[in-house]
Design a binder for this molecule. Structure first.
Ligand code: HEC
Length: 171
């Protein structure tokens, strides 16, 4: 083989390697993964169907008492006694804890809160296989009654009933 040809082949191989590694980089894409994480953090939304789900449990005293027990046993360690996100377990988490007294929480329907408690995300465990469905509604009732202001609690209730009035199925 002539020296010219060898040189040519070398550069063809080099070109192929560069092209291949460029393609590989764009497939494994470090940057897009980081962007995805940022998007996740900013917005945790329940699916519309879950948001429309109607709370089947009246927030009567028995439910609030049951919810209080669940909260103390399963949630206070991270969310803190007043829902401020200052429980002892929260100190070990890397993620910032949301305050359960935040109006952003209360703008959500019971169905949305129920879905979040059931599904979890990141450091927030999903309780669908740890708590009975009824206990998850009790704790949602307890959260709204305890950490939302009265006005916020009312707004949340309205939103939930408006959603069901718009034709949301109560399943
Ligand atoms: C191990 C710590 C931990 C425990 C235990 C825990 N949470 Fe959370 N919770 C979190 C974290 C962290 C988030 C924020 C998750 C995110 O935004 O990705 C969160 C988010 C939430 C949200 C959503 C708030 C919003 O911004 O919409 C609700 C509601 C909630 N938790 C309720 C509960 C309830 C009820 C329990 C107990 C049954 C509980 N959590 C137990 C850590 C915890």
């Amino acid at each position: 083989m002539s020296p010219l040809c060898v040189g040519l082949r070398k550069s063809v191989i080099a070109f192929a390697i560069i092209t291949a590694s460029a393609a590989l980089c764009s497939v494994t894409g470090v940057a897009p993964a980081a962007e995805r994480k940022a998007a996740d953090k900013s917005d945790w939304k329940a699916p519309a169907r879950a948001a429309r789900k109607k709370n089947p449990v009246e927030p009567a005293k028995a439910s609030l008492d049951a919810g209080k027990k669940v909260y103390a046993a399963e949630c206070a360690d991270c969310h803190g006694p007043r829902g401020a996100g200052d429980g002892p377990g929260a100190r070990e988490l890397k993620e910032a804890m949301p305050s359960l007294a935040d109006s952003k929480v209360w703008a959500q329907t019971d169905g949305e809160l129920f879905w979040k408690v059931s599904t979890g995300r990141g450091d927030m465990p999903g309780f669908d296989d740890m708590l009975e469905e009824e206990d998850r509604w009790h704790v949602v009732n307890y959260l709204r009654a305890t950490f939302g202001t009265k006005a916020q609690a009312r707004r949340g209730d309205n939103r939930a009933s408006q959603a069901s009035a718009r034709g949301g199925k109560s399943e």
